[in-house]
Write a protein that binds this ligand. Structure first.
Ligand code: CTP
Ligand code: CA
Length: 224
């Protein structure tokens, strides 16, 4: 039995983190993906674990090392991620870090599409479920705190503020991923935390430091 002093502020709290990209198959050898490394999500999960939380970590096929001390659920597609998230509820807080593919190919081919068929392939797309919005708007059993991310390249704060309202989450962590910032795929992040109380810009720092600061905020919010 651990003494009270060694127990973190999130001891006994079950928290969900989604992370990484999703892969949406085109055929058995090809897929649609994005540049998310999963580094920020892994760092957030580890920071929450350090504060004592029981973390369920639902990740797409990310390059980043899997965090230690979590319940790991690995998925490939957005639809699988939604099912994994729903299967992990209830939780007290949920942090949606994943860069979920917005669209999937509506009917992926069971066999490899060949050039020799002639002409260029034409693909029809379907919109993927919005996992963050689905959980934020749950009529029953909604986590007490729902945090989304918004990676934007233009009008970052305006877009992220609108996104928070549209999806119904409590906080949005907004960042500017324009190529000039070098954020995407890098080790640092410059974020603005947006809540109903307004927006708070954090200085540019290591992704691990962003994660630790966010985990502390989550702990404060759940205590309150
Ligand atoms: N998100 C999600 N499921 C989706 C798309 C996004 O859970 N199908 C979550 C992300 O994990 C993130 C937040 O929603 O926390 C914002 O993602 P983003 O891609 O910025 O939002 P979109 O609504 O997809 O808007 P955009 O057109 O800017 O991509
Ligand atoms: Ca998107």
């Amino acid at each position: 039995i651990q003494g009270a002093l060694s127990e973190g502020p999130l001891q006994g709290r079950r928290i969900l983190v989604t992370s990484g990209p999703t892969h949406e198959p085109i055929d058995p050898v090809r897929y649609i993906a994005n540049r998310s490394s999963g580094a920020q999500g892994s760092a957030i999960a580890e920071a929450l674990v350090k504060l004592g939380a029981d973390v369920v970590f639902v990740t797409g096929p990310a390059d980043a090392a899997r965090p230690e001390g979590v319940t790991l659920v690995e998925v490939e597609t957005a639809q699988e991620m939604l099912r994994a998230v729903q299967g992990s509820l209830p939780v007290e807080a949920a942090v949606f870090c994943a860069a979920v593919a917005d669209w999937r190919v509506s009917s992926a081919s069971d066999s490899k599409i060949k050039k020799t068929k002639g002409g260029l392939p034409v693909m029809a797309f379907a919109e993927n479920p919005d996992i963050l919005a689905t959980v934020s708007q749950m009529p029953e059993g909604r986590p007490a705190l729902v945090v989304g991310f918004a990676a934007e390249t233009d009008d970052v704060i305006e877009n992220a503020t609108a996104k928070r309202i549209r999806k119904g989450c409590d906080w949005i962590v907004a960042n500017d991923v324009s190529p000039a910032t070098g954020i995407m795929g890098g080790t640092e992040n410059a974020v603005t935390l947006i809540s109903d109380a307004g927006s708070e810009a954090w200085e540019r720092m290591d992704k691990v430091a962003v994660a630790e600061k966010l985990a502390e905020r989550v702990a404060e919010a759940l205590e309150a």
